[in-house]
Design a protein around this ligand. Structure first.
Ligand SMILES: [Mn+2]
Length: 263
């Protein structure tokens, strides 16, 4: 794509995201959740070509850029698809889309852009929605659960605030406790079983689908927390790219009610 084409794409995407709430409520059909793709364009294309259909909703859980070989192509392809299929495809925000909001290094995608494009990608990607809710018991987001009193509060979360940081940067640990501190090596906030149970009760949901943490156990907290990851960029942690398929007609009580597929 030329520079002018990229700027046009970002302008169009910006208009689209301006009309979306931070909390996306899906009502019917089959929902396909994809985890972090991190510059793995091949994974993204495979999922889009197989599942982007009128009867499906497709949700990507954030982290489209950095780490993998084709970050620019991956995010541009997803933005084009979003503009073409606004009611079938949803792109949630991950911590890597918030580089300008909360800086980190290394960030090969962001560090490879010039100042003008870096600013435009930052402005547009900071508008991405933060979570998905389904009527059959699921909440989905990038990392950990935010300290909100109910689902409606998610719409009030602003990039950079405490709840935004919990969603986009938060890790889960399979042990007791609520807030377990900041990991000294990664700087990521750590949360335990007590936090999971308390916030899930406030949201009235059974299962959390999230990504962000490729070395996390795939299921935690009595099979109520599912971590999927959909990028080859983390092959040293995970050998398979996973996605999750959910039929909104069936109640979801645990991960056992969700279909996991390898792409
Ligand atoms: Mn992440």
């Amino acid at each position: 794509m030329t520079r002018e084409e990229i700027k046009d794409l970002l302008n169009e995407a910006e208009k689209r995201f301006a009309s979306e709430a931070k909390l996306i409520q899906l009502e019917s059909g089959k929902v396909i959740f994809a985890g972090d793709t991190h510059g793995d364009l091949e994974a993204t294309e495979k999922i889009i070509h197989k599942y982007l259909k009128p009867q499906n909703k497709l949700v990507f859980l954030g982290d489209y850029v950095d780490r993998g070989p084709a970050s620019l192509e991956n995010i541009n392809f997803l933005l084009e698809q979003k503009i073409e299929h606004p009611d079938s495809l949803y792109l949630l925000m991950g911590n890597h889309e918030g580089h300008a909001v909360y800086n980190f290094h290394p960030a090969d995608f962001w560090e490879g852009l010039d100042a003008e494009l870096s600013q435009r990608y930052s402005e547009v990607l900071a508008m991405l929605p933060l979570a998905v809710s389904t009527p059959n018991g699921i909440v989905a987001l990038h990392g950990a659960l935010p300290n909100v009193s109910g689902l409606a509060d998610i719409d009030k979360i602003k990039p950079g605030n405490a709840e935004w940081h919990q969603i986009t940067w938060g890790d889960w640990q399979e042990r007791a406790g609520k807030f377990l501190g900041i990991d000294p090596y990664t700087g990521r906030p750590q949360f335990g079983r007590g936090w999971f149970q308390e916030i899930m009760a406030r949201l009235g949901k059974n299962v959390l689908i999230r990504s962000h943490q490729p070395d996390a156990p795939p299921t935690m907290y009595g099979r109520r927390c599912l971590t999927i990851f959909t990028s080859s960029a983390y092959r040293h942690y995970i050998s398979e790219r996973t996605i999750a398929l959910v039929d909104l007609k069936k109640p979801v009580k645990s991960v056992d009610d969700i279909e996991i597929e390898i792409v």
